[in-house]
Design a protein around this ligand. Sequence first.
Ligand code: GUN
Length: 283
Amino acid sequence: MSILLDGKQCALDIENLLKSQIDLINVANQRLPKLVVILVGTNPASLSYVTNKAKACNRVGFLSEIIQLPEDSTLESVIEEVEKLNHDDQVDGILVQLPLPKGLDAKAVIEAIDPNKDVDGLHSVNVTKLVMNEKGFVPCTAKGVVTLLKTYNIPLQGAHAVVLGRSQLVGRPLAQLLSNENCTVTICHSKTVDMPKHTRMADIVIAAIGRPKMITRDYLSEKTVVVDVGINKVDDKLVGDVDFENVVDLVKAISPVPKGVGPMTIVTLLQNTIDAYHLRNGN
Ligand code: GUN
Protein backbone atom coordinates (compact mmCIF):
# COMPACT_ATOMS: atom_id res chain seq x y z
CA MET A 1 0.00 0.00 0.00
CA SER A 2 1.52 3.31 -1.00
CA ILE A 3 1.65 6.43 1.17
CA LEU A 4 -0.80 9.18 0.14
CA LEU A 5 0.89 12.60 0.00
CA ASP A 6 -2.11 14.56 1.27
CA GLY A 7 -1.60 18.12 0.02
CA LYS A 8 -4.99 19.22 1.33
CA GLN A 9 -4.13 18.29 4.93
CA CYS A 10 -0.58 19.63 4.67
CA ALA A 11 -1.92 22.96 3.34
CA LEU A 12 -4.52 23.13 6.13
CA ASP A 13 -1.80 22.65 8.76
CA ILE A 14 0.23 25.48 7.22
CA GLU A 15 -2.89 27.69 7.04
CA ASN A 16 -3.37 27.17 10.77
CA LEU A 17 0.19 28.29 11.46
CA LEU A 18 -0.41 31.38 9.30
CA LYS A 19 -3.63 32.12 11.20
CA SER A 20 -1.72 32.18 14.48
CA GLN A 21 0.78 34.64 12.95
CA ILE A 22 -2.17 36.83 11.92
CA ASP A 23 -3.56 36.62 15.47
CA LEU A 24 -0.27 38.03 16.75
CA ILE A 25 -0.35 40.83 14.16
CA ASN A 26 -3.92 41.66 15.21
CA VAL A 27 -3.06 41.64 18.92
CA ALA A 28 -0.22 44.07 18.17
CA ASN A 29 -2.69 46.23 16.20
CA GLN A 30 -0.47 46.15 13.13
CA ARG A 31 -1.30 46.36 9.44
CA LEU A 32 -2.36 43.04 7.85
CA PRO A 33 -0.53 41.41 4.91
CA LYS A 34 -2.16 42.19 1.57
CA LEU A 35 -2.05 40.32 -1.74
CA VAL A 36 -3.25 41.87 -5.00
CA VAL A 37 -3.95 39.68 -8.01
CA ILE A 38 -4.25 41.21 -11.48
CA LEU A 39 -6.44 39.30 -13.92
CA VAL A 40 -6.49 40.51 -17.51
CA GLY A 41 -9.47 39.23 -19.50
CA THR A 42 -12.11 36.66 -18.61
CA ASN A 43 -10.47 33.23 -19.02
CA PRO A 44 -12.79 31.07 -16.83
CA ALA A 45 -9.99 28.82 -15.51
CA SER A 46 -7.92 31.88 -14.53
CA LEU A 47 -10.95 33.48 -12.88
CA SER A 48 -11.48 30.35 -10.82
CA TYR A 49 -7.77 30.25 -9.81
CA VAL A 50 -7.70 33.89 -8.71
CA THR A 51 -10.96 33.48 -6.78
CA ASN A 52 -9.42 30.53 -4.91
CA LYS A 53 -6.37 32.64 -4.07
CA ALA A 54 -8.54 35.45 -2.68
CA LYS A 55 -10.62 32.93 -0.66
CA ALA A 56 -7.45 31.48 0.87
CA CYS A 57 -6.37 35.00 1.90
CA ASN A 58 -9.74 35.48 3.61
CA ARG A 59 -9.47 32.14 5.46
CA VAL A 60 -6.19 33.06 7.14
CA GLY A 61 -7.00 36.75 7.66
CA PHE A 62 -4.92 38.42 4.94
CA LEU A 63 -6.31 41.34 2.95
CA SER A 64 -6.72 40.65 -0.75
CA GLU A 65 -7.91 42.36 -3.89
CA ILE A 66 -8.56 41.17 -7.43
CA ILE A 67 -8.03 43.80 -10.11
CA GLN A 68 -9.82 42.79 -13.31
CA LEU A 69 -8.62 44.50 -16.45
CA PRO A 70 -10.29 44.24 -19.86
CA GLU A 71 -9.17 41.60 -22.39
CA ASP A 72 -8.06 44.35 -24.81
CA SER A 73 -5.85 46.16 -22.24
CA THR A 74 -2.64 47.65 -23.61
CA LEU A 75 0.76 46.64 -22.23
CA GLU A 76 1.20 50.20 -20.95
CA SER A 77 -2.07 50.14 -18.99
CA VAL A 78 -1.22 46.80 -17.32
CA ILE A 79 2.26 48.02 -16.40
CA GLU A 80 0.77 51.25 -15.07
CA GLU A 81 -1.45 49.18 -12.76
CA VAL A 82 1.56 47.14 -11.58
CA GLU A 83 3.53 50.31 -10.87
CA LYS A 84 0.70 51.75 -8.79
CA LEU A 85 0.81 48.60 -6.66
CA ASN A 86 4.63 48.75 -6.43
CA HIS A 87 4.26 52.15 -4.78
CA ASP A 88 1.28 51.27 -2.56
CA ASP A 89 2.62 50.80 1.00
CA GLN A 90 -0.41 48.69 1.94
CA VAL A 91 0.40 46.06 -0.72
CA ASP A 92 2.90 43.28 0.06
CA GLY A 93 2.38 40.81 -2.78
CA ILE A 94 1.55 41.32 -6.46
CA LEU A 95 0.60 38.43 -8.74
CA VAL A 96 -0.29 38.80 -12.41
CA GLN A 97 -2.34 35.75 -13.37
CA LEU A 98 -0.99 33.92 -16.43
CA PRO A 99 -1.54 33.34 -19.26
CA LEU A 100 -2.15 36.91 -20.40
CA PRO A 101 -4.37 37.50 -23.44
CA LYS A 102 -2.63 37.01 -26.81
CA GLY A 103 -0.46 39.95 -27.79
CA LEU A 104 0.39 41.06 -24.24
CA ASP A 105 4.06 40.56 -23.39
CA ALA A 106 4.00 38.63 -20.09
CA LYS A 107 7.74 39.04 -19.58
CA ALA A 108 7.48 42.84 -19.78
CA VAL A 109 4.65 42.83 -17.24
CA ILE A 110 6.48 40.52 -14.82
CA GLU A 111 9.67 42.57 -15.06
CA ALA A 112 7.65 45.65 -14.03
CA ILE A 113 6.79 44.07 -10.64
CA ASP A 114 8.93 45.16 -7.68
CA PRO A 115 11.05 42.00 -7.02
CA ASN A 116 10.36 42.41 -3.28
CA LYS A 117 6.60 42.09 -3.99
CA ASP A 118 6.98 39.32 -6.60
CA VAL A 119 5.33 36.56 -4.56
CA ASP A 120 5.07 34.44 -7.73
CA GLY A 121 8.88 34.30 -7.98
CA LEU A 122 8.89 34.96 -11.72
CA HIS A 123 10.86 38.24 -11.90
CA SER A 124 14.39 37.76 -13.29
CA VAL A 125 15.87 38.98 -9.99
CA ASN A 126 14.13 36.13 -8.15
CA VAL A 127 14.88 33.59 -10.91
CA THR A 128 18.59 34.51 -10.60
CA LYS A 129 18.46 34.16 -6.81
CA LEU A 130 17.02 30.65 -7.16
CA VAL A 131 19.81 29.70 -9.59
CA MET A 132 22.42 31.20 -7.24
CA ASN A 133 20.80 29.35 -4.29
CA GLU A 134 20.17 32.66 -2.51
CA LYS A 135 17.12 33.76 -0.53
CA GLY A 136 14.34 35.10 -2.77
CA PHE A 137 10.78 34.35 -3.87
CA VAL A 138 10.34 30.88 -5.40
CA PRO A 139 7.41 30.02 -7.72
CA CYS A 140 4.58 28.68 -5.58
CA THR A 141 3.98 25.27 -7.17
CA ALA A 142 7.69 24.39 -7.16
CA LYS A 143 8.12 25.41 -3.51
CA GLY A 144 4.84 23.73 -2.56
CA VAL A 145 6.00 20.40 -4.03
CA VAL A 146 9.23 20.51 -2.01
CA THR A 147 7.29 21.45 1.16
CA LEU A 148 5.01 18.45 0.59
CA LEU A 149 7.97 16.09 0.15
CA LYS A 150 9.67 17.46 3.28
CA THR A 151 6.47 17.19 5.33
CA TYR A 152 6.40 13.47 4.57
CA ASN A 153 10.13 13.17 5.36
CA ILE A 154 10.96 12.02 1.84
CA PRO A 155 14.77 12.10 1.69
CA LEU A 156 15.99 14.65 -0.87
CA GLN A 157 19.75 14.73 -0.35
CA GLY A 158 21.33 12.33 -2.83
CA ALA A 159 17.96 11.24 -4.21
CA HIS A 160 17.53 10.95 -7.97
CA ALA A 161 14.63 13.23 -8.93
CA VAL A 162 13.21 13.17 -12.44
CA VAL A 163 11.17 16.25 -13.37
CA LEU A 164 8.83 15.80 -16.32
CA GLY A 165 8.31 19.18 -17.99
CA ARG A 166 10.43 22.32 -18.24
CA SER A 167 7.93 25.19 -18.03
CA GLN A 168 8.98 28.55 -16.64
CA LEU A 169 6.25 28.31 -14.00
CA VAL A 170 6.88 24.76 -12.69
CA GLY A 171 9.41 22.39 -14.32
CA ARG A 172 12.44 24.66 -14.51
CA PRO A 173 12.18 26.20 -11.01
CA LEU A 174 11.38 22.80 -9.51
CA ALA A 175 14.46 21.20 -11.06
CA GLN A 176 16.58 24.05 -9.70
CA LEU A 177 15.00 23.88 -6.24
CA LEU A 178 15.54 20.11 -6.03
CA SER A 179 19.15 20.57 -7.13
CA ASN A 180 19.54 23.17 -4.34
CA GLU A 181 18.20 20.48 -1.97
CA ASN A 182 21.07 18.23 -3.16
CA CYS A 183 18.97 15.93 -5.33
CA THR A 184 20.49 14.59 -8.53
CA VAL A 185 18.09 15.98 -11.10
CA THR A 186 17.07 14.79 -14.56
CA ILE A 187 14.70 16.91 -16.65
CA CYS A 188 12.59 15.09 -19.24
CA HIS A 189 10.48 16.82 -21.90
CA SER A 190 8.65 16.25 -25.16
CA LYS A 191 11.90 15.53 -27.04
CA THR A 192 13.25 13.06 -24.47
CA VAL A 193 14.03 9.64 -25.95
CA ASP A 194 12.66 6.73 -23.89
CA MET A 195 11.21 8.65 -20.93
CA PRO A 196 10.33 5.46 -18.98
CA LYS A 197 14.03 4.48 -18.98
CA HIS A 198 14.76 7.65 -16.98
CA THR A 199 11.74 7.60 -14.69
CA ARG A 200 12.12 3.90 -13.76
CA MET A 201 15.53 4.71 -12.25
CA ALA A 202 14.21 7.63 -10.19
CA ASP A 203 13.57 7.87 -6.46
CA ILE A 204 11.22 10.82 -7.08
CA VAL A 205 9.17 11.52 -10.20
CA ILE A 206 7.43 14.88 -10.58
CA ALA A 207 4.93 15.02 -13.42
CA ALA A 208 4.31 18.54 -14.79
CA ILE A 209 3.63 17.89 -18.45
CA GLY A 210 -0.08 18.67 -18.82
CA ARG A 211 -1.02 15.35 -20.46
CA PRO A 212 -3.88 13.57 -18.65
CA LYS A 213 -2.98 10.18 -17.13
CA MET A 214 0.13 9.83 -19.29
CA ILE A 215 2.28 8.29 -16.54
CA THR A 216 1.37 4.63 -16.10
CA ARG A 217 3.06 1.84 -14.11
CA ASP A 218 5.60 1.08 -16.86
CA TYR A 219 7.23 4.46 -16.04
CA LEU A 220 7.60 3.69 -12.32
CA SER A 221 8.89 1.21 -9.74
CA GLU A 222 8.11 0.16 -6.18
CA LYS A 223 10.69 2.67 -4.88
CA THR A 224 9.19 5.72 -6.67
CA VAL A 225 7.70 8.69 -4.84
CA VAL A 226 5.35 10.34 -7.35
CA VAL A 227 4.18 13.94 -7.22
CA ASP A 228 1.48 14.82 -9.75
CA VAL A 229 1.38 18.50 -10.68
CA GLY A 230 -1.08 17.99 -13.56
CA ILE A 231 -4.49 19.66 -13.49
CA ASN A 232 -6.35 18.45 -16.58
CA LYS A 233 -10.09 18.61 -17.17
CA VAL A 234 -11.40 15.41 -18.80
CA ASP A 235 -15.20 15.04 -19.18
CA ASP A 236 -15.63 17.78 -16.55
CA LYS A 237 -13.48 15.83 -14.08
CA LEU A 238 -10.05 16.91 -12.79
CA VAL A 239 -7.31 14.38 -13.50
CA GLY A 240 -3.55 14.54 -13.09
CA ASP A 241 -0.69 13.67 -15.43
CA VAL A 242 -0.43 10.32 -13.61
CA ASP A 243 -2.89 7.44 -14.03
CA PHE A 244 -3.49 7.20 -10.26
CA GLU A 245 -5.52 3.95 -10.25
CA ASN A 246 -3.00 2.25 -12.52
CA VAL A 247 0.04 3.04 -10.34
CA VAL A 248 -1.22 3.42 -6.76
CA ASP A 249 -0.57 -0.21 -5.73
CA LEU A 250 2.94 -0.15 -7.19
CA VAL A 251 4.67 3.03 -6.00
CA LYS A 252 6.07 3.99 -2.58
CA ALA A 253 4.09 7.24 -2.29
CA ILE A 254 1.86 9.38 -4.49
CA SER A 255 0.04 12.71 -4.39
CA PRO A 256 -3.58 12.65 -5.61
CA VAL A 257 -5.39 15.04 -7.98
CA PRO A 258 -7.32 16.90 -6.66
CA LYS A 259 -6.17 17.47 -3.04
CA GLY A 260 -2.49 17.09 -3.82
CA VAL A 261 -0.30 19.84 -5.25
CA GLY A 262 -3.16 22.32 -5.92
CA PRO A 263 -3.73 23.28 -2.25
CA MET A 264 0.06 23.40 -1.74
CA THR A 265 0.41 26.00 -4.51
CA ILE A 266 -2.17 28.25 -2.87
CA VAL A 267 -0.83 27.97 0.66
CA THR A 268 2.69 28.66 -0.63
CA LEU A 269 1.40 31.89 -2.17
CA LEU A 270 0.19 32.84 1.33
CA GLN A 271 3.60 31.95 2.80
CA ASN A 272 5.36 34.05 0.16
CA THR A 273 2.99 36.95 0.88
CA ILE A 274 3.68 36.92 4.62
CA ASP A 275 7.41 36.65 3.85
CA ALA A 276 7.07 39.76 1.64
CA TYR A 277 5.18 41.50 4.48
CA HIS A 278 7.95 40.75 6.98
CA LEU A 279 10.64 41.70 4.46
CA ARG A 280 8.96 45.06 3.86
CA ASN A 281 8.50 45.61 7.61
CA GLY A 282 12.20 44.94 8.14
CA ASN A 283 11.56 41.81 10.28
N1 GUN B 1 -1.40 30.43 -13.92
C1 GUN B 1 -1.39 29.14 -13.50
N2 GUN B 1 -0.59 28.99 -12.44
C2 GUN B 1 -0.07 30.22 -12.17
C3 GUN B 1 0.83 30.70 -11.17
O1 GUN B 1 1.35 29.97 -10.32
N3 GUN B 1 1.11 32.03 -11.23
C4 GUN B 1 0.59 32.84 -12.18
N4 GUN B 1 0.93 34.13 -12.15
N5 GUN B 1 -0.25 32.43 -13.10
C5 GUN B 1 -0.58 31.11 -13.09
